[in-house]
Design a protein around this ligand. Structure first.
Ligand code: HEC
Length: 242
């Protein structure tokens, strides 16, 4: 009853805060982007359009960013996941190069996700484009898939992959208050493990852990996948503001 529709205007903060990858210390992608019209999409009304510029200020549509505990939670969890994963991977890359970092990502990415989920009381993870996953557990499911498809259309229309953002409040299963998804762009630092020219020893390390890897062949600027967060609702009776 108490569902609020939060427009993307209050969300661009996320675009800056989230950087999720298995490693990156490369400069941000200069995406080959020209703004396109809103992608027509079947489910478009369930997915917030890419954020209009607006930071912490709540001067958007009169939707105060600060009064949204679920969004805060999603954002904090996503940021924690991104920075921890990145930290581990950067260290591993520096110590042992990409081959060693593959092992770290393999072992640590799921653990970091679990720790962050427990600490923040959300579910969260990364998914890949259809058929392009490395970890089979990270194939997109239905809502993730339909959201990714919308992202794909928008990126195909010229929008930057890393700016794709969806905030879903409607038609959610019982007990779920918010679903958030953000596009993950391919950056120069990703190519060692996700590009078209992965070094043989790195390729070998990847295939040893992921024999059916479909996550190479990406170019800088490509949509690599998405980060998703699912925030549970509070008790139905108390669902709104505390
Ligand atoms: C050192 C190698 C390495 C680098 C560099 C790397 N990744 Fe990965 N990536 C992996 C491995 C290994 C996995 C599987 C991790 C797991 O099992 O959860 C993965 C998984 C992913 C996934 C989850 C979906 C899937 O296919 O399983 C995404 C999204 C992703 N990487 C994006 C990126 C991006 C974006 C960058 C650069 C900013 C990047 N990665 C850099 C090795 C790497």
């Amino acid at each position: 009853m108490n569902q609020r529709y939060v427009r993307a205007a209050s969300l661009s903060v996320l675009a800056a805060a989230l950087l999720v990858a298995c490693a990156q210390d490369a400069p941000p992608v200069a995406a080959p982007a020209a703004p396109a019209d809103e992608a027509p999409a079947t489910d478009a009304d369930a997915v917030a359009p890419p954020a209009a510029p607006a930071d912490d200020a709540d001067d958007g549509d009169g939707s105060p960013a600060a009064a949204d505990p679920e969004l805060d939670r999603a954002q904090a969890a996503a940021a924690a996941f991104g920075s921890r994963l990145r930290g581990r991977l950067q260290a591993a890359m520096a110590e042992g190069g990409p081959t060693a970092a593959v092992e770290v990502c393999h072992a640590e990415a799921p653990r970091i996700a679990e720790a962050v989920m427990a600490e923040h009381g959300v579910r969260l993870g990364r998914v890949a484009l259809p058929g392009r996953n490395r970890n089979p557990a990270q194939a997109a499911d239905d809502w993730q898939l339909s959201t990714l498809e919308i992202f794909e259309q928008r990126v195909a229309g010229g929008e930057p992959a890393g700016e794709q953002l969806a905030l879903i409040r409607d038609h959610l299963p019982d007990g779920v208050a918010l679903r958030m998804m953000r596009g993950i762009a391919t950056e120069p630092g990703c190519l060692a493990c996700h590009g078209s020219d992965v070094a043989p020893d790195v390729r070998e390390a990847i295939l040893a852990n992921y024999p059916h890897d479909g996550a190479t062949g990406f170019a800088v600027g490509d949509l690599r996948g998405a980060l998703w967060v699912e925030v549970p609702g509070s008790d139905p009776a108390t669902g709104g503001s505390p």
